[in-house]
Design a protein around this ligand. Structure first.
Ligand code: SF4
Length: 322
């Protein structure tokens, strides 16, 4: 079992942390609920922080004179400078965060696809980020940031959690200023990185292998390529490649039937009939049985706390109505 450090995660306060929505409601979120024990959440409601009441008239983003404005419905009060100032001051005041879970569609917190209106209040085809989210994205372009609604999708959620915990670990390596820790980090993440992006994994390997440069230079370059590597989730084909690689370590130690069982689990994962967890559990059981030390430490087997893995999606289909 990996020893995970608690990440610091910014969260829109209306998501399970307070009744601060314009209508005085709180939003229920399975993701936020299930991660409360595992994250140090930093809740914030930018609209309340700039002095708006609960309840209040809702707000919208208006595009006028080539600029986005933050305007309240009905009163038409303009809060653009207040929210811009607050976002900057607030992010200055908090410690570095490791991730953010923000409320979708909000003119303050939405990270994309927030509606834009004309000054007369008509919707346009334009979409943008919320005012607070824009500052978060600007300052923290490389951490795990997602909208809560998207985290209901298993692939997006797994990627968010993998990125969050990988970057959290990397920060510790960076702070330690130890090349030995960087080598260990890279070694333990070898198969995870291979599943994410083979090309960037090789570049990272070359950076780590170059001991002649000073730590500062190496870590900066490493960080840049780590961020490129974690940009997109791993693909099914890359995962199969990694699973076959790991399988190669024990294929001559297991029985013919066990091999067939593993190959079948790969096919079912490929056909999206089973989740990745099935071939991974099989491999893990053999890693434990044959005590393969090098593989035991691979983060690929547990990129985030197991308790946060949700494989229930595959059981959601209502077979009785088929
Ligand atoms: S979306 Fe953001 S600004 Fe709106 S209620 Fe939630 S926390 Fe407050």
């Amino acid at each position: 079992m990996r020893n995970f450090k608690k990440p610091d995660v910014l969260v829109s306060k209306c998501l399970e942390h307070g009744r601060c929505r314009y209508d005085g409601q709180m939003i229920s979120s399975d993701f936020v609920k299930s991660t409360k024990k595992y994250f140090n959440y930093v809740p914030v409601c930018p609209e309340v922080e700039i002095g708006l009441s609960i309840p209040r008239n809702s707000l919208k983003i208006v595009f006028e004179n080539e600029k986005f404005e933050f305007v309240q419905n009905i009163t038409n009060n303009n809060y653009t400078s207040k929210i811009t100032q607050f976002s900057s001051d607030f992010l200055d005041s908090i410690e570095n965060i490791d991730g953010a879970v923000l409320k979708h569609k909000s003119p303050s917190c939405g990270i994309k696809n927030v509606k834009v209106y004309t000054a007369k209040g008509n919707p346009t085809n334009q979409k943008t980020e919320g005012f607070f989210a824009k500052e978060v994205l600007y300052r923290y372009s490389n951490i795990a940031i997602e909208e809560e609604s998207r985290l209901r999708n298993k692939r997006i959620k797994d990627h968010f959690l993998t990125k969050l915990y990988t970057i959290k670990d990397f920060k510790e390596v960076k702070e330690s200023e130890s090349i030995k820790n960087l080598i260990e980090f890279h070694t333990n993440n070898k198969f995870l990185f291979m599943a994410y992006n083979q090309k960037q994994k090789d570049i990272l390997g070359n950076i780590v292998g170059n001991h002649n440069k000073n730590f500062d230079k190496i870590i900066k370059l490493y960080e840049k390529h780590l961020q490129l590597l974690l940009k997109r989730p791993s693909a099914i084909g890359s995962n199969i490649n990694v699973l076959m690689h790991i399988f190669g370590y024990m294929s001559n130690k297991i029985s013919k039937d066990e091999k067939l069982l593993f190959i079948d689990s790969l096919q079912r994962y490929h056909d999206e009939l089973d989740c990745l967890c099935v071939p991974i559990i099989l491999l893990k059981s053999w890693v434990i049985r044959f005590n393969v030390d090098y593989l035991k430490k691979q983060t690929y087997f547990e990129p985030f706390p197991q308790e946060l893995a949700d494989n229930s999606e595959m059981f959601k289909r209502d077979y009785w109505n088929d």
